[in-house]
Write a protein of this length. Structure first.
Length: 350
């Protein structure tokens, strides 16, 4: 779940000499004469875990006569920002990004001074309704976060449990991974969607060997539910527990469209380990293959697949996973109510 980031925009200006004091005198119109009177401000924006943030908005506000109201820049691929030719005097930086707690940095820049705002940490915004755990164990904190995730529903209806909007969420315990998988599979919406798919298959005479009527519908329902149950349990609980991998998708939410798209696509084959490091998603890949092999136990003999078809289906499943991640990154968050709100900004002085 890594991302590629692009460069930042240059300092916005509203006309020549916007940051330097100008004068009606001809000698003062020379930019080279004005430059030494100006200062500069630079810094880096990161997450709680030290990952740099590309695309975070940094607004510079100056005070004093003749100073512009504000200027805005976005952090580059290294999380860095820089404002040049800043008028001496008091200033304030407001760092923000959707889904994260805004930070305010204030200070004074002197003539010719290069102010280093250093590293600015931009925490993920926490929901007002989320349970806060202070001084608890890692398992307690993970459980509090998991309880919140289990309330996430697209359009307030469809389960959206396997996504974390906190990029630095605590790893789940083995019990919690099974809890998440079980919660997903016994959800009434999951059962209703399974029944809907079974009804479509029966109407289209899919898997003729199952027949029609209540018996045929029951077999189709059972097969569909077994597909989902085995896939979720193996790929979302059993293998992640054994391999110590996190089965959730960690929403990125910052950076350019391309960097977020690459991050989402990459997450179809990589995942975050319980140690916090990114690694190949053996759980998802092996889980897809295992689910295909198990399905041969209950599908009609005429519909069972060989090893070559299972590998082909696994590749298709990986592509579908990439598409789902793209939808998750760019669409689902906006359709899921009761997500993180933005608390009042934190203020720093230096």
């Amino acid at each position: 779940m890594c991302a590629v980031r692009v460069g930042s925009a240059l300092l916005l200006a509203t006309g020549a000499g916007v940051w330097a004091q100008t004068s009606a005198k001809p000698a003062a119109t020379n930019a080279n004469a004005a430059a030494p009177m100006s200062g500069s401000i630079h810094g880096v924006v990161t997450s709680n875990d030290g990952s740099v943030y590309e695309g975070a908005h940094v607004r510079l506000e100056l005070s004093g006569p003749g100073a512009p109201e504000s200027a805005v820049e976005e952090t580059d691929s290294n999380g860095a920002f820089s404002f040049a030719r800043v008028n001496p005097g008091a200033f304030k930086l407001v760092v923000s990004s959707n889904g994260f707690v805004s930070q305010e940095i204030s200070g004074v820049v002197h003539t010719g001074e290069a102010v280093d705002a250093q590293t600015i940490v931009l925490p993920v915004a926490m929901a007002a309704s989320e349970v806060q755990v202070s001084g608890g164990s890692q398992a307690d904190i993970a459980q509090a976060q998991l309880n919140f995730e289990e309330k996430q529903r697209v359009l307030g209806f469809f389960p959206n449990f396997y996504v974390s909007y906190d990029h630095s969420a605590v790893p789940l315990t083995t019990r919690q991974k099974y809890q998440l998988a079980w919660k997903t599979e016994i959800d009434p919406v999951t059962l209703a969607m399974t029944g809907w798919v079974a009804g479509i298959e029966q109407a289209d005479h899919t898997f003729d060997a199952y027949g029609q009527g209540a018996q045929g519908y029951g077999k189709r329902f059972g097969a569909n539910y077994a597909d989902g149950f085995s896939g979720t349990m193996i790929g979302g609980a059993i293998l992640p527990s054994l391999l110590k991998q996190d089965p959730r998708y960690f929403y990125k939410g910052t950076g350019s469209i391309m960097s977020r798209a690459m991050y989402a696509i990459a997450n179809s084959v990589i995942c975050k380990g319980d140690n916090g490091h990114w690694q190949p998603s053996y759980s998802a890949i092996a889980g897809g293959l295992a689910g295909g092999a198990i399905s041969n136990l209950y599908y009609p003999s005429s519909s069972r697949s060989g090893a070559d078809v299972m590998f082909e289906n696994s590749l298709v499943g990986t592509a579908e996973g990439a598409l789902q991640n793209l939808i998750q990154e760019f669409v689902i968050r906006r359709l899921t109510p009761k997500l993180p709100v933005y608390p009042s900004t934190a203020t720093q002085q230096f």
